[in-house]
Structures are given as structure tokens and as C-alpha cells.
Design a protein around this ligand. Structure first.
Ligand SMILES: Cc1cc2nc3c(=O)[nH]c(=O)nc-3n(C[C@H](O)[C@H](O)[C@H](O)COP(=O)(O)OP(=O)(O)OC[C@H]3O[C@@H](n4cnc5c(N)ncnc54)[C@H](O)[C@@H]3O)c2cc1C
Length: 550
């Protein structure tokens, strides 16, 4: 005990690792590049928007969605004190009861994200949804259901060894289905942090999609949760404060320049803070950078000791753009009680109208006091031409992005004569500061892209431990049960890194709990056992079981 751990990067993974280690008596220091803690999950106050002593308007990198299947991050949140909340900041999560599919040829299709009944209801629910209102035929609906059922009843080995290399598009045979089918079922993958149906692997999209659908029909709460205020106010800042209280030294505005590796071990990290460059040393190091940063940190000496670290460069090519824009409204527009996927929007938009979930948040204390609502929008496709200027988001100026996103939102919501969004209702707007416009003519760069789970990338993803005995990795790209670059995946990765440090240091402290991702057990246990039996004999999944379900 008392061993020193240096954590490089202070996003969800870095904070999670610091939390687990400090509670186990380690001496922990975190070095974070930015002025605000939390990495991609952080809130970003809109610079200069607070008037007459008010606070700046709450902006963000992208809105935060906590599906019900999250366990690791929720467990951590329950241990972050917040006022009199019995379950700490986890009590700041509220349920969204609806998911909306906005389309351009009819009103948004809404469906419940909580539905207290059995798997049979999944059939009924999907049927009513897809069969009647979105033009998906009975046969196609059955086909989709079969594919989801296949994922749910497949064994873990098949998921990892087979489905990691099958694009979701191929798995659902999208090419041979109708346009209506493709529109709905490939559009829906966008809620899974920018996954594109043609590139994303079936293990991830199929399993997470099946889990979300199952959570909608299994009693016990909504499949979707959202914070009841700006992320840093109701989660990240109380977290950093709690970590300080338990002894964590968290440095903001501290850039890690490089990691020093000599004779096969890490001997230090070079950090610049307040114009001063110095070396930091510890017994153990956790690199909690995003993959594209970590890939650049790998030195020839590190790669010589652990050649698998060379894979990070290949993995880093899987990052893509997903960034948010917020519209501050003069009058609140609720739309629906949850998230909306704009299935026809070329820029793959999703949104949430936040005020309804922020009951204790006094809007008059922010900006000029006139903002009454916030529509937070994620843009997940930066390549496809838009409907207004015919340009991709990457080729647009910030103002063009604003106009284009607003036009695509209106195309999905202002249908059949209904006016949900009015131009005159925009008070102001804010595009993620990570979209950086270096010069008037140049294309923007994205300072924080996101790893998207693609086919054939599982083998490149590293474990939380490395062959360098004092270097551990914690971020959303590490191999985890969660298998999706999310806050849940980042937290699980951190737990794995901490467990590896406990092992390496000979600590007898309790290991961090790691959960299985999928909650289909014990319900589907026999099916999956049977599939494991078949998989080990080189046999395909047995589709006949669908029929036996009746
Ligand atoms: C728009 C958007 C919306 C999303 N929505 C959701 C959602 O609804 N639900 C969900 O679960 N997930 C969501 N995600 C994914 C989720 O935000 C990330 O997977 C998760 O936050 C990653 O955490 P991390 O700690 O692994 O990495 P990061 O958040 O990237 O943290 C890494 C940290 O390292 C720091 N760093 C980088 N370089 C250096 C350096 N040289 N020196 C020091 N520090 C450095 C960074 O500043 C950062 O704080 C979303 C992502 C995006 C982009």
C-alpha cells in the first residue's frame, strides 16, 4: 500500500481508475490536458455567454445517454457523494420513457422504452412499430427479429470469434431488403455512438441492440437514462471533488508530452503545466488517453517490449467524427420524453430536449437569463452531403453547420403541417469547441474523434495490462465485456487496469467488480449452452430454434 500510481488523462477512464485506486490506499496523481475534467463526457460552458453575473450557458461535447444495461459506471456513480442522495450522483439519473424515430414523410414514431412484460411483447412491440407505420413488411420484420434472436441466443465464443468480423449490414442482409427496412434498421445503429451499419461489427451492434430492445420489454425501469442537469454540475465536478477528498491529486491544464521507457519499464512521463516542463514518476502508470493519442505515445522501446502496442496505430484509424451542437431556445420545445433518432437525416442526427429532465436547474441563472430550453444534437455523419448546401459537415463553416442541422431537424419534426421548430425560437447556439477551424480557408480538424467499433478490430484492441510490467491501459478502446466505446466501456477498462495493478503489486485489496455485459441469463441459458456445444464442433448457429419458440 502507499504505492504511487500516475494516471495520464483525466476522462471517465482516468477518473474511474483514480477512484478505485485511492479507495484502496494508493497514492494517485492524474494529469489532464484540458481545463475541464471529464474528457469527452465533459460539459463545456459556452465562453462569454453569461451576462450580468450569470453563469455561462451549459454546452457539451455531445449529450449523455446511460442505457439500462450499464453497470460499471453506475456502480461508480453510486459511490460519488451528492447532497443527501442515498445513491450519490447515480440518483441524478432520470429515466427517459420514449424513443422517437423522426422521419420526413410522417410524424415521429414514438415507442416506449419501458414496457413491463415478457419477450413475447418484444414481438408485439416491434410488430406494431415496424409493420404498420414505417413500411417494413411482415416478412422483413420477422427476418430482423430472427437476426436479433440469433445474437441473443449465440454463445460468447461465437460473438467474439465470428460476429466480430461480420458487418451488421451483412448480418441483417440489408442489401436484399427493402429501402424501408434499410432506413429503419440501419438508421437505428446511429444511437450506438455513431456506429455505421456497413462497417460496425455484429458482435457489438447486434448484442447492444438486442440488449436495449430487451430492456424495453423487461420490467424494472426504462432502457434509457439521462442526467438531471449539465454533466459536470451533477456528476463530474462532484466526482473530482470527492477524489480530492480521498487524496487524489488531479492536475488540469497538464499536457503529457511523452512517456519514457527504458530497459523495458516505464521510468517516467514528461508533463508540461503552466509553461513548465517536468518529469513525473510513479511505481505504476495508467495511460488513460484516447486511442489516437496513445498510439502516438508508443515509442520504439515500448513497442519492442510489447509488440502488440503497434496495433494501436491500426486501431486509431477506426476513429470517426461524432460531435454535438446545442440550440438554446427562447421557448422550451419538449418534443418527446427521451431521445430522437432522425432516420432520414444525412448527417445522422440524434437529439434530446434537456429542460424536461433538468427540473432543479434554474435556467434564469445562465446566459442572459432568457434561455428557456436546450435542444442538444449529436452529428454522427460528417461525410454525407446535407440538404441545404449539398456539402458534408466537414466542409461547412460553423454557421453552415448550424443552418444545416436546424434544417434537418425541421425536416424530421415539422411534418404534415405541424410546426415543432420555428426559426424565430433560436436564442443562440454552440458548436463543440473540438471542431477547430485553423484558418479561414482550411478544413476543420476534430480534436477529439471517437472510436467506432468496426469489423476486424477486436484483435487489435489491447488488454488493460501490457508486457511492460508497470504500464496499464484504461480507455474506451481496451478489450472489455462492454465492447463499445462508451463511458461504460471506459469505466470497465479502468477497473481492469486497477485489478492488474492490484495483482502486480501483490495487493490483497478487494478486486474491482467486473460484470458480464449481457443480461439474457438465465432466461436464454440453455439456448446459449446449446450454441456453445455447436460452436465448439464448428457448426453454425441453429436457426431452427426460432421455430421451436412458437
Ligand atoms: C459526441 C459524443 C457523444 C457520446 N455520447 C455517449 C453517450 O451518450 N453515452 C456513452 O456511454 N458514451 C458516449 N460517448 C462515448 C464516451 O464519451 C467515451 O467513450 C468516453 O467518454 C471515453 O472516456 P475515456 O476516458 O476513455 O476517454 P476520453 O474521454 O477521451 O478521455 C481521455 C482524456 O485524456 C486527455 N488527454 C488527451 N491527450 C492528453 C495529453 N497529451 N496529456 C494529458 N491528457 C490528455 C483528454 O483531454 C481526455 O480528458 C459519446 C462520445 C461522443 C464523442
Amino acid at each position: 500500500m502507499g504505492k504511487k500510481v500516475v494516471i495520464l488523462g483525466g476522462g471517465v477512464a482516468g477518473l474511474s481508475a483514480a477512484h478505485e485506486l485511492a479507495e484502496r490506499g494508493f497514492d494517485v496523481t492524474v494529469y489532464e490536458l484540458r481545463r475541464i475534467a471529464g474528457g469527452k463526457a465533459r460539459s463545456i460552458p459556452v465562453p462569454g455567454s453569461g451576462k450580468q453575473g450569470r453563469k455561462d450557458l451549459p454546452g457539451e461535447h455531445g449529450f449523455r445517454f446511460f442505457p439500462r444495461f450499464y453497470k460499471h459506471i453506475i456502480d461508480t456513480m453510486e459511490r460519488i457523494p451528492y447532497g443527501n442522495n442515498p445513491k450519490g450522483v447515480a440518483d441524478n439519473l432520470v429515466e427517459g420513457t420514449r424513443l422517437g424515430l423522426a422521419r420526413t414523410d410522417g410524424p415521429p414514431v414514438e415507442f416506449l422504452t419501458e414496457f413491463p412484460t415478457s419477450l413475447k411483447d418484444l414481438r408485439a412491440l416491434l410488430k406494431s412499430l415496424f409493420d404498420n407505420r414505417l413500411g417494413v413488411s411482415e416478412r422483413e420484420f420477422e427476418h430482423f427479429l430472427d437476426r436479433i434472436w440469433q445474437v441473443m441466443t449465440s454463445c460468447n465464443e461465437r460473438r467474439t470469434e465470428e460476429y466480430q468480423d461480420i458487418p451488421w449490414w451483412d448480418f441483417i442482409d440489408a442489401e436484399r431488403q427493402s429501402e424501408a427496412f434499410r432506413r429503419v434498421f440501419t438508421g437505428m445503429t446511429r444511437i450506438l455512438v455513431a456506429a455505421k451499419a456497413r462497417e460496425a461489427n455484429t458482435a457489438t451492434v447486434g448484442s447492444v441492440g438486442a440488449q436495449i430492445l430487451a430492456d424495453m420489454v423487461v420490467p424494472g425501469g426504462s432502457a434509457s437514462r439521462i442526467l438531471n442537469g449539465p454533466t459536470n454540475e451533477v456528476w463530474i465536478d462532484p466526482w473530482v471533488e470527492y477524489l480530492r477528498q480521498i487524496g487524489v491529486d488531479y492536475h488540469k491544464n497538464a499536457r503529457v508530452e511523452r512517456i519514457e521507457c527504458n530497459d523495458g519499464i516505464i521510468t517516467g512521463a514528461i508533463v508540461t503545466k503552466n509553461g513548465e516542463t517536468f518529469e513525473v514518476k510513479g511505481d505504476y502508470y495508467i495511460a488513460a488517453f484516447p486511442v489516437e493519442v496513445m498510439a502516438e505515445m508508443v515509442t520504439p522501446e515500448m513497442a519492442a517490449t510489447d509488440p502488440s502496442l503497434n496495433n494501436l496505430k491500426k486501431l486509431a484509424e477506426s476513429v470517426d467524427w461524432m460531435n454535438g451542437i446545442q440550440f438554446y431556445l427562447k421557448e422550451d420545445v419538449t418534443i418527446i420524453h427521451g431521445h430522437i433518432i432522425y432516420i432520414d437525416s444525412p448527417w445522422a442526427l440524434t437529439s434530446v430536449s434537456q429542460r424536461q429532465f433538468w427540473p432543479r436547474f434554474d435556467f434564469s441563472e445562465y446566459g442572459d437569463g432568457q434561455v428557456k430550453g436546450i435542444l442538444s444534437v449529436d452529428i454522427s455523419d460528417w461525410e454525407k452531403p446535407g440538404i441545404l448546401y449539398g456539402k458534408s459537415a466537414r466542409h461547412c463553416s460553423p454557421e453552415e453547420i448550424r443552418d444545416e442541422v436546424w434544417a434537418q431537424l425541421k425536416a424530421g419534426l415539422n411534418v404534415e403541417g405541424k410546426v415543432v421548430l420555428e426559426d424565430s425560437n433560436i436564442h443562440s447556439w454552440y458548436l463543440d469547441e473540438d471542431i477547430h477551424y485553423p484558418n479561414p480557408d482550411g478544413l476543420p480538424v476534430n480534436l477529439e474523434p471517437l472510436l467506432v467499433n468496426k469489423v476486424y478490430t477486436w484483435d487489435w484492441r489491447p488488454h488493460a495490462y501490457t508486457a511492460i510490467p508497470n504500464l496499464f491501459l484504461a480507455s474506451d478502446y481496451v478489450k472489455t465485456n462492454t465492447d463499445l466505446a462508451t463511458m461504460e466501456g471506459a469505466n470497465e477498462a479502468a477497473r481492469r487496469a486497477v485489478n492488474a495493478i492490484l495483482h502486480a503489486s501483490g495487493s490483497r485489496a478487494k478486486r474491482c467488480k467486473i460484470w458480464d455485459m449481457y443480461q439474457f441469463e438465465p432466461f436464454l441459458f440453455l439456448y446459449r449452452e446449446h450454441d456453445e456445444f455447436r460452436f465448439r464442433r464448428g457448426l453454425p448457429w441453429n436457426g431452427k430454434m426460432i421455430a421451436s419458440l412458437g
